[in-house]
Ligand binder design. Structure first.
Ligand code: GDP
Length: 277
């Protein structure tokens, strides 16, 4: 994770040759920070005295993080959270992990399995729901995901649930189909209760590609934050910084493994400290 260690170790050792600058640049690019941000850091370092570099870069990089609220909405009435993302990113697992976290803190949580295009997705969420003793609304295979969402929000409101977590489909025939389907789910829920959060799940191991996915989803639905998964499997610490800088949206949770408890709130201070360790 120690993204900037090599840079500062080399700086401390004295003047840096152009070969060494190339190596540092390549290493930072390989950590998924993205070429533009890497060049920004290097320009900044070159413009200041080596003794001031750590403080200057820490401050500079902190400025890349989103200033938006990282806490999940927690209002007295129903809080509806849509979990969106491409298949395989860890959407269903993250939905279950979040349900578990909220249930463990004493909230009444309802799950909705609105990825009706894959039987396995519904079965997977049902298995998790059973394990964590959480109620779940499901639909027939290939039924309209918006109708599952409609039934779920109706139940959530009439039975006074505090959180409704809706797992959505991640692959349809075309990108346009997927985005239309998601917009429809949002519309149908909103008629009964506002959609408070739309969390986009991004797999940390997909690197810069994750940022492209974010931009597509952000255009289609009002994403309010990210869940970055598989951080346990990625030695490349740059992706979190790059995502926040390029989208302006906050990472709310990070997935750190396959177990139900492997979901943490994102801690920006600890993350930045880790990059400079
Ligand atoms: P979905 O298609 O987006 O719903 O993805 P799934 O929830 O089915 O997850 C796909 C795979 O990623 C599964 O094998 C999960 O156990 C795994 N997975 C999800 N989150 C994490 C994580 O934070 N770390 C690791 N190592 N694996 C994860």
């Amino acid at each position: 994770m120690s993204l900037f260690k090599r840079l500062f170790t080399t700086l401390r050792a004295g003047s840096i040759s152009s070969d060494e600058w190339d190596q540092i640049r390549n290493m930072l690019i390989a950590s998924d920070l993205g070429v533009k941000l890497v060049d920004e850091v290097i320009e900044k370092v070159k413009s200041i005295k080596p003794d001031d570099a750590v403080l200057a870069i820490t401050t500079h990089v902190k400025g890349w993080l989103s200033s938006k609220n990282r806490k999940l909405l927690n209002s007295e009435s129903l809080n509806t959270v849509l979990i969106v993302g491409i298949n395989g990113t860890g959407k269903t697992t993250s939905t279950a992990k979040l349900a578990n976290k909220l249930t463990m803190s004493g909230n009444k949580v309802l799950l909705a399995a609105a990825d009706t295009f894959r039987a396995a997705a519904t079965e997977q969420l049902q298995t998790w729901a059973q394990r964590i003793s959480t109620e779940i609304v499901t639909g027939e295979i290939n039924s309209d995901p918006a109708s599952v969402a409609f039934s779920a929000v109706t139940k959530a409101k009439t039975e006074n649930f505090k959180y409704l977590l809706v797992d959505t489909a991640g692959r349809l025939h075309t990108k346009q189909d997927l985005m239309d389907e998601l917009s429809k789910v949002v519309r149908v829920i909103s008629k009964q209760s506002p959609v408070d959060e739309i969390l986009l799940v991004i797999d940390a191991t997909t690197g810069q590609n994750g940022i492209n996915q974010a931009k597509i989803f952000m255009e289609a639905v009002g994403v309010t934050g990210f869940i970055i998964t598989k951080l346990d499997g990625s030695a490349k610490g740059g992706i979190a910084l790059a995502i926040e800088k390029q989208t302006g949206l906050p990472i709310k949770f990070v997935g750190t493994g396959e177990q139900i408890s492997d979901l943490d709130e994102f801690d920006p201070e600890a993350y930045i400290a880790g990059l400079f360790d």
